[in-house]
Write a protein that binds this ligand. Structure first.
Ligand code: DGL
Length: 270
């Protein structure tokens, strides 16, 4: 029917927008689990159960392919879901690999052995659950050697964004960047490992300074999805346009989404 895009809340909209820009004809269903956001402070079992339930809802709506536009879900739940077995004809993909391929200068799907890359000191900004999972370091180790990663768990940022309190969110970003710099004074690259953070990309860049390359996921994931659909056209589904659904209060979520994307967005109850 369409490709499903899943996030705990509003962050995945940054990925959705990049997908719409790159694949304007692609039918999409966006599901935000706003009733349960943020995921980043929950236990692994909780994140797994919520992600599984969200993906199942999208599969039930006819989305054969679901993209987890959420690093926390990708880091904590994706591998477990794939190991538990995905129903026949259904697929679920995460957002980590496109980011790591970009960082390690790899083309899509390049599975050659790990090698040295330009970025040797990398800062990772992500939710506490993503940082604790060490999934980023694990995926990186398959592709690169000699990269020093310093991770900063950015407590509070997603809550502030979901509440629409961007002043608090910006202040928290600045203090998390300072904390990171105490551990790694001169990162070469910084990875925004949470799909909510592109909403604050300019603040990260300003706090990090012009010499740090900030890698943000939306365009990388959109490009990777376009490649995937070119290879698997049967997963694209049929229909047109974008449908937005939420487990939260549709009016409230629509207001916030409209504020962030600076265009009208209307959510319905899932
Ligand atoms: N946007 C999500 C991520 O990429 C989820 C954040 C959260 O719910 O804590 O990690």
């Amino acid at each position: 029917m369409a490709v499903g895009i899943f996030d705990s809340g509003l962050g995945g909209l940054t990925v959705l927008d990049a997908i719409v820009a790159g694949l304007p004809e692609q039918p999409l269903v966006y599901l935000g689990d706003n009733a349960h956001a943020p995921y980043g402070v929950r236990t692994a079992d909780d994140i797994y159960a919520l992600t599984q339930a969200g993906v199942q809802r999208l599969w039930d709506r006819g989305c054969d392919l679901v993209v987890l536009a959420c690093n926390t879900a990708s880091a904590v739940a994706l591998r477990r879901m794939q190991e538990a077995g995905v129903p026949r004809g259904k697929r679920v993909l995460g957002v980590f690999v496109p980011l790591i391929e970009a960082l390690t200068e790899r083309e899509w799907g390049d599975n050659s052995p790990p090698r040295e890359v330009d970025a040797r000191h990398v800062a990772l900004f992500a939710t506490p659950a993503t940082v604790a999972s060490r999934a980023f370091q694990r995926e990186l180790a398959f592709r690169a050697i000699g990269v020093d990663v310093e991770a900063q768990a950015c407590g509070g940022v997603v809550d502030a964004i979901e509440e629409g309190d961007m002043i608090l969110a910006e202040a928290l970003v600045r203090s998390h960047v300072e904390a990171l710099r105490r551990k790694m004074p001169q990162p070469q690259a910084a990875v925004l490992g949470c799909t909510h953070y592109p909403l604050l990309e300019a603040v990260f860049q300003q706090a990090l300074g012009p010499n740090v390359t900030v890698l943000s996921q939306p365009s990388l994931v959109a490009r990777s999805l376009a490649h995937y659909l070119a290879r698997h056209p049967e997963m694209a589904g049929q229909g047109s346009g974008v449908e937005y659904v939420t487990t939260g209060d549709p009016l409230r979520v629509s207001d916030r989404a409209t504020q962030f994307l600076r265009r009208p967005v209307r959510f319905a109850a899932v």
